[in-house]
Structures are given as structure tokens and as C-alpha cells.
Ligand binder design. Structure first.
Ligand code: ADP
Ligand code: MG
Length: 466
């Protein structure tokens, strides 16, 4: 499990520096996890995706689908595919090729459990934390089953519900990636944007529909979408859907589906409402619960400060001054952010260095070396770069940005308090990072107490140029 998490984290490092932008599928798509991919989406429109819902200006629809290049004819190493543990789960060549292209070497625990169950047609209730690879756990087997059921019938056969538009867009992107060697179509609908583009996408007859509940109900009421052919129904992030008050919408959507269907429910927690939702929606469901193998050390004193992004640098200087800390490791989400912060710390008189993936091996080693020797006391790092840091006595970890993936928090904090030594970890949380903080707290199963500085944070000192 630990090594799996590490691997997943390795994939997640590719999130650095990249934001997700939804663009019509025929344009070159900027991906949430841009990175070394062999043949991923470098040429557009591999998947015959239904025309997308909107352009960035909110205008309707993209151009109609273009015939997919004959990707199935691209040569590949059949022996590698056959030997992959994904093949052992029962997945077929097009899907295994897609995950291998993504650099996945091994299924995550939730994938290992859920994929065979879904392929066997079972209903599944799965509990696993954020960042454990749940999307592939349902997308891969559903793609396989739809492909096996025959060519596109131009009706929605799989419906994936998720609470927010960001999650919906991410899932749709994964459907493209994992389904790139198949000819299935998908569409994405969510609220807050014009409906016209989504109507066009739906008219193109997607096999898979990824949706948020409110907009989907609107479209159902207007009879723009019919769901009577749905045979696979996924409730992703069910606990968040309940939190956000979507329970009635979800139940109404469920009631509109035929009862002869497969239903999968994914949730990070088994809060009260989930059990009863599962009871009413699932039939003889298999239960899968993946407990996190990672926890933070008891010896690390952890806390959180709510602070606006703009005030974070000044707060960091204050923490460094007050803490009379020894070695401090500061985590930023982006490489650029790491550089900027390190420069600012230097100007303020703190000897610091930044390490991240863009630096040469030599530069990284020099930075690490001076950190080890104590010439620099503050190291600013991104998650991926930090994996190579083997320094024992780090007394303070600062999460200057909260990690996108909760597991990273545990790995970051694990840099201090090693071998029973005491350590501290302080997380800076801006208003728009509160959901990330919740993910962290859910993962470590505790609330982070507020940081107790010497003075109230409102009077964080102004930066002092050196
Ligand atoms: P969850 O839905 O559980 O929060 P995601 O499905 O969003 O998690 O996956 C988290 C990250 O892990 C993604 O970047 C995904 O590409 C990556 N990932 C998923 N499965 C694997 C795997 N088997 N090996 C490596 N990385 C993976
Ligand atoms: Mg997810």
C-alpha cells in the first residue's frame, strides 16, 4: 500500500504548475497532469468524444466529432501488455495499453479490488480516500463493458454523477485518456454555464455521460437527455454529494433509471447518509474498504493557520523568525512558486534554496548538500523534489501551499519527527484551500488545531528586505 501510494504520488507530481482548463476536444487540450506521456493526447481527438459542452467563452458546442485516427493500428509491445498486472485483473488490451501509456505500472489497491467486481457485473460500495485512484477503478471496467456490449447505440449507457464541475471535468478527461484506444463517446454536463453546448453534445449520442446532479435534472426535465438505456450508474464522491445537499437530486436521478443496471458508489467516508443511500440504490453490493496505510507520526506537532495567499510569504518569515528553527522544509505546489519564495526569503535574510524538477541534478545536489551541512537552513521544495531529500533532522515542515492530494501531506509531514525525534508541521490554508484541508483531515482522521504564534496573525510583520 505504501509503495502504491508513493507511485500514485509520483503520478500526482505532474499536477505541479498545471491548471485544468476545459476546451473543446478537437482543440489541443491542456491536461491536469501534463507530463511525460508517450502517446497520450499529443495528437488531438484520439477519442471520438461527443462535441464538448462549451468553449471557454461559454459559447455553445465544439465542432462535430472528427473520425479518430486509427490508433488501434499503432504497434505496441504485446508481451508487455500481457505481463501487466492490469491484464491480470481482467482488463483487455486497449485499456491496459492506455494505462501503460499513462505510466501506471500496477493497479492501486482500490483498483485491484473494484475492477474485477465491476467486470463481473456486481454492484459495488467502495470506500477509499482521495488520491487512491478511484476514477480508473470505475472508468476502466465500465469502458470495457460498454465496448464489449457492442458499437455505440447513440444512447447514454453509463452515467457518472459527481458533485462539482471540476470533478466532472477531471473524470471526463480520464474517460478520454483511458478510452483512447476505444471508439466510445462521452459528454460532460454541469451547471453554471450555458446549456446550449451541452445540448449539442448530447444530441451527438454519447455512450458515457459525466454530470453534476443539478444540471442533469434540468436537462432531464426538458427532455434533452433520456436515461432509459443506462446500464451502468456511478455515484462518485457520494459523501460530498450528500454534504452539498444533493441527496434528493441523486435519488430522483436514480429513480429515473431502469432497475436492471449496475450501480457503483464511491465515497471517502461512510457517513450515516451513505449507508441509507447505498441501501436504496445498490443491490447485493460488494463492499470494498481501503484503509490508508499512512498516518502521521504522533511526535509531530501539527497545526494550521488560515491566511490569505497574499499574506503567506510574510507569515512564513514570521514563523521562521519566531521558531528559532533548525532545518526547515517548505512545500509549495509549483516549481515557479518555489523559486519565487526562495528568492524572497533570501532577500529577507534567510539563507534558503529551492529544489524542484526543473533544476539540474547538479543544482539539486548542491542545494541538498548545503542544507545537510547547515549552510542553508530553509529548503523550498515541491512534492516530487522532496522525495529525494534524505536529511534526518528537519525540525519544521511548512505547507506553504496545501497539497492537491491528501496523501502528500503525510509524506511531507513525515520529513520531520523522524526516528522518534520531535518536530513541527504548520499548514498555511487560504480560503480556496479549505477543501484540501478537509481532505487532509479526513485522511489523518483528526482536526488540525490552529497554530499558536507568539502574536495574533493579523499583525504579521511586513517583509524586511535584507
Ligand atoms: P481519487 O478519485 O481516488 O481521488 P484519482 O482517480 O483522481 O483518485 O487518482 C489520483 C491520481 O493517481 C491521478 O493522478 C491518477 O492519474 C493517478 N493514478 C491512478 N491510478 C494509478 C495507478 N495505478 N498507478 C499510478 N498512478 C495512478
Ligand atoms: Mg475521485
Amino acid at each position: 500500500m505504501a509503495s502504491m501510494c508513493a507511485r500514485i504520488l509520483e503520478r500526482c507530481r505532474e499536477r505541479e504548475n498545471v491548471t485544468f482548463i476545459v476546451t473543446p476536444p478537437t482543440s489541443r487540450r491542456r491536461r491536469p497532469f501534463a507530463g511525460k506521456r508517450t502517446q497520450s493526447t499529443s495528437s488531438p481527438n484520439r477519442v471520438q468524444s461527443a462535441p464538448d459542452f462549451r468553449s471557454r467563452s461559454g459559447q455553445a458546442g465544439g465542432p462535430p466529432p472528427v473520425a479518430a485516427p486509427k490508433l488501434r493500428d499503432v504497434p505496441f509491445d504485446a508481451a508487455v501488455v500481457a505481463a501487466s498486472p492490469f491484464t491480470a485483473l481482467g482488463l483487455t488490451v486497449p485499456l491496459v495499453r492506455a494505462v501503460l501509456d499513462e505510466g501506471y505500472t500496477k493497479p492501486s489497491p482500490v483498483q485491484a479490488e473494484v475492477v474485477p467486481l465491476v467486470l463481473a457485473g456486481r454492484d459495488v460500495l467502495a470506500m477509499a480516500q482521495t488520491g487512491t485512484g478511484k476514477t480508473a477503478a470505475f472508468v476502466l471496467p465500465i469502458l470495457q463493458r460498454l465496448a464489449a456490449e457492442g458499437p455505440s447505440s447513440r444512447r447514454v449507457r453509463a452515467l457518472i454523477l459527481t458533485p462539482t464541475r471540476e470533478l466532472a471535468a477531471q473524470i471526463a478527461e480520464r474517460v478520454s485518456v483511458y478510452g483512447k484506444h476505444l471508439s466510445l463517446r462521452h459528454a460532460l454536463v454541469y451547471g453554471g454555464v450555458s446549456q446550449r453546448g451541452q445540448e449539442i453534445a448530447l444530441r451527438a449520442g454519447p455512450d458515457i455521460l459525466v454530470a453534476t446532479p443539478g444540471r442533469l435534472l434540468d436537462l432531464m426535465q426538458q427532455r434533452i437527455v433520456t436515461l432509459d438505456a443506462v446500464t451502468h450508474f456511478v455515484l462518485d464522491e457520494a459523501d460530498r454529494m450528500l454534504d452539498m445537499g444533493f441527496v434528493h437530486d441523486v435519488r430522483r436521478i436514480g429513480a429515473a433509471l431502469q432497475s436492471k443496471r449496475q450501480t457503483l458508489l464511491f465515497s471517502a467516508t461512510i457517513a450515516g447518509g451513505i449507508e441509507s443511500l447505498a441501501q436504496s440504490m445498490l443491490v447485493q453490493a460488494a463492499r470494498v474498504a481501503i484503509t490508508p496505510a499512512v498516518t502521521t507520526a504522533e511526535t509531530v506537532e501539527q497545526s494550521v493557520v488560515f491566511v490569505s495567499r497574499a499574506d503567506k510569504p510574510a507569515l512564513l518569515e514570521r514563523v521562521l523568525r519566531e521558531g528559532s528553527s533548525g532545518r526547515t522544509l517548505v512545500f509549495t505546489r509549483t516549481k515557479h512558486g518555489a523559486n519565487r519564495l526562495s528568492e524572497r526569503l533570501d532577500r529577507a535574510g534567510f539563507r534558503s534554496a529551492a529544489i524542484h524538477g526543473n533544476k539540474t541534478q547538479g543544482a539539486r545536489e548542491r542545494a541538498l548538500d548545503s542544507f545537510r551541512r547547515g549552510t542553508t537552513l530553509v529548503l523550498v521544495a515541491t512534492d516530487v523534489a522532496a522525495r529525494g531529500i534524505d536529511v534526518d533532522d528537519i525540525s519544521l515542515v511548512v505547507n506553504f501551499d496545501l497539497p492537491n492530494v491528501a496523501e502528500s501531506y503525510v509524506h511531507r509531514v513525515g520529513r520531520t519527527g523522524r526516528a522518534g525525534a520531535s518536530g513541527r508541521a504548520i499548514s498555511f490554508c487560504d480560503r480556496d484551500e479549505q477543501s484540501l484541508l478537509r481532505d487532509v483531515e479526513r485522511l489523518i482522521r483528526r482536526r488540525l488545531p490552529p497554530w499558536q504564534g507568539e502574536k495574533p496573525i493579523a499583525v504579521a510583520p511586513a517583509p524586511q528586505p535584507a
